[in-house]
Design a protein. Structure first.
Lengths: 153, 295
């Protein structure tokens, strides 16, 4: 029996030991925001936060999250209000086909949690691990820059 | 992935007991970036996976006796941003920073990377050039092994069943020394190196003549390796164009790369020589500065 908290809700799930965290989120908990892209930790589509640290859920066993807290893209919005990163991705066109977007948004949130006002070099270094096959990188960087900009009063 | 027993022991003693019980059929996991990926691809099928997540005493980076000791469970990211590592061994912090992506560096641990023994990894190269020692423990005993003796073959180490990597000790640079790490990767920044090299140089007090050098290379053989014949050329000498060419020739003779999608064996051999030439020049310059400034 695995006990974990996902986006503030605690869950007990009965799963085989070989379940990846990504499959547990998608198939056992029905949270299909996190995507499986490469399946080997390269593309970033499955990025989630484990106790606040960004990881690849496709190469993490679900048991790694036992007793821990997971944040997925579904947990970023506050009730009806989108997370500033999500809003910026909409406002600045930070997505095209959308399949990489949940991972991009989670990675951008992790970046802004660590560095609230990142330089362009820092944005590129953090986002290096999130591939966009539509190659919409400039808009993604622009969106993150906008989300980081201090809010006007 | 195959079915397996999963164990998360609470301490080292319990870990050793489980490792003893399962012997060769146990695989230790920390971050999972190596083991889980290989299990997903069916390359390894352990009967038991032993997680170190609840084992105390494997964390921490500390300065001891002219060296840094890094616990086996320290992540690549922790090492990269550690102020101790950045201050005392900037070349090591820089090496960790060049591995994969931040997301992977959050997961991948130092001990895990060593036990994985993939010759395409970056940190072992710099750790070899720095003369690091691996700390290995099992129930009732511990041993320290020079990193060079730890890597045996492609994905093979000197670890016996029941043993665990618990940390690594990395000597600081001697006075009048310099170090450089260069990673040649023509595709994307998160890729494995086509060739990676690390060089440390210690000069005589005159700041001109070589005393000791270590040249280490990755991605050019079945293990990370030293260019000993090239190193020997530097002792007592000044670095000039002729010496650089001789070192490069010795490196070409020392490496044995495989042809793959990152380049042909012939190309990698040439690039290994080029990168060693550049890294040696940088490390030598840094050592001259250190000698001049009395460091």
């Amino acid at each position: 029996m695995l006990h974990l908290t996902v986006n503030g809700t605690s869950h007990d799930v009965e799963i085989p030991t070989y379940r990846t965290l990504l499959d547990c989120l998608r198939y056992d908990l029905g949270l299909t925001g996190s995507k499986e892209g490469c399946g080997v930790g390269v593309c970033g589509a499955c990025a989630v936060l484990l106790d606040g640290t960004m990881i690849s859920s496709c190469i993490a066993l679900a048991v790694f999250a036992d007793g821990r807290e997971v944040t997925t893209v579904e947990g970023l919005a506050d009730d009806e209000r989108l997370h500033p990163v999500q809003q910026a991705f909409i406002d600045y066109g930070g997505f095209q086909c959308g399949i990489c977007t949940p991972g991009q948004v989670v990675a951008a949130k992790a970046l802004l949690d660590a560095i609230p006002d990142p330089s362009d070099a820092e944005i590129r270094e953090w986002m290096l691990g999130n591939l966009c096959r539509c190659t919409g990188y400039y808009k993604i960087i622009e969106s993150i820059r906008a989300a980081a900009r201090p809010r006007r009063p | 992935m195959n079915a397996f027993d999963y164990r998360a022991p609470r301490g080292l003693d319990e870990t050793f007991a489980i490792l003893q019980e399962y012997g060769d059929d146990a695989s230790v996991v920390a971050g999972g970036t190596a083991l889980v990926t290989m299990m997903k691809q069916g390359l390894v099928r352990p009967r038991c996976v032993v997680s170190l997540r609840d084992v105390d005493g494997l964390d921490g980076i500390e300065a001891t006796n002219g060296a840094l000791r890094l616990g086996a469970r320290v992540t690549h990211r922790e090492a990269e941003v550690s102020s101790l590592v950045m201050e005392r061994l900037p070349v090591l912090a820089e090496t960790f920073r060049r591995v994969g992506t931040i997301r992977i560096r959050h997961m991948a641990t130092i001990g895990g990377a060593l036990a994985h023994a993939d010759p395409n990894q970056d940190p072992p190269v710099t750790l070899l050039a720095l003369g690091a020692t691996v700390e290995i423990r099992r129930a009732g005993s511990r041993r320290a092994l020079p990193l060079e003796a730890f890597f045996r073959d492609y994905y093979e180490t000197a670890l016996e069943p029941g043993e665990l990597v618990t940390g690594i000790t990395v000597p600081l640079l001697a006075p009048a020394s310099g170090a450089a790490f260069l990673k040649f990767l023509p595709r994307t920044a998160d890729d494995y190196a086509t060739v990676a090299v690390a060089v440390t140089v210690t000069l005589e007090p005159d700041g001109e003549h070589g005393r000791e050098a270590r040249i280490a290379l990755g991605s050019v053989g079945t293990t990370p390796l030293r260019g000993r014949a090239a190193e020997a050329l530097l002792s007592g000498e000044r670095l000039d164009e002729n010496l650089l060419r001789a070192v490069e020739e010795a490196i070409k003779a020392a490496v044995d790369p495989l042809s793959d999608h990152r380049g042909s064996a012939a190309y990698k051999r040439e690039m290994a020589a080029v990168m060693v030439g550049r890294a040696l020049t940088q490390a030598w310059e840094a050592a001259r500065r250190a000698a001049r400034e009395g460091r």
